[in-house]
Design a protein around this ligand. Sequence first.
Ligand code: GLA
Length: 391
Amino acid sequence: MERGRSTRLLVEHLGEGPPPVVARAPGRVNLIGEHTDYNGGCVLPFAIDRVTEVALRPRKDEKIRVFAERTGAECTLAFPASQFRPTGGWEDYLKGILAFLSQRGRIEHGFDGAVAGDVPLGAGLSSSASLEIALAIGISRTYKIDLPDLELVKGCQRVENEFVGTSCGIMDQYASFFGREGLAVLLDTSSLAHRYIPLRLHGMSLLIVDSRVRRSLATSGYNTRRKECERALILVQKALPDRKIASLSALTEDDLEQVDPTLPPLLLARVRHVIGENARVLAAVEALERDDHRALGALLFASHSSLRDLYEVSTPELDFLVDWGREHGALGARLVGGGFGGITLHLVPDGIKADYTAGIVDAYRSRFGIDAEVIEVRPGPGAEELNREDY
Ligand code: GLA
């Protein structure tokens, strides 16, 4: 999306005024490392070349007016932020971020703002994390609230968990903030430290195929998996009392033999996924470092099988898309995000991209009667505040 679109919207819809603070933040795709971020494990997401951008301009009174391009409507709020309550719309993110930041600094006047974006909504590309991060950067700069980067990222995750009411780990907000052009972010969620890994595509493309199926189970299923992992952790800690196991990701394949008799089969399957997925993240990093796309692709397929069979978060639609990919030239494919619907990621040679795209849409329509959407993504820059000369 062109830089500065939100500033033009601001002037068009709310009139002329002093130059605004402008911030933008991208959506993300997780290359590999699924359902590990709330288990102290590793993830390997990258920021994508789709963003949310906000432009904010202080007012003298306490009013807040924000025009959102996607709804075509203006939302108005008035302080105090402690009185804000979620109502189910996009404004919940605005209210939540304001409530969070007003605990960290003095927000004494209102603002006019505009929000623009091209991250597909509700598709599993973290449009909400990109909105939270863009708002948090924009509002903290507007009010000169000095917040360490990691505090800002954690605050956005908390807004999502506690204000908006969606359970999630920290991966999406982290990737949106810390992503960098051409790089994947290897994040260890137990230490919250990261390392950048070049994501060189060399003749390969990353395609997102959106199943367009949103399951109601997405929320309840995600929460159930989290609870299962919490239960498994308690049992594992009892089985290995000397090891001081802080998270399921501290376990190795060798530990499995010892914990096996103490865990019900279902919990054992969940633990097996977490251990295997962490190992696959590290193997994927090695594959990327060697530019070995075949090895990377095989790991993507293996991740999907584990999410399907051990973690049980796939659906017939997602399995179909991944299997079709395996049979039609993808080097790798897997479901991305929480599962129970949403998107799949496909690693595809450039040469077959056009036929692959047309073929998978046709096959999916014949099988399920649904028009899948295919979106090509590239590893794009992370969140930033724009300077006047930038737009
Ligand atoms: C969702 C959450 C993330 C992560 C994934 C599963 O996308 O927002 O924090 O838990 O599911 O890997």
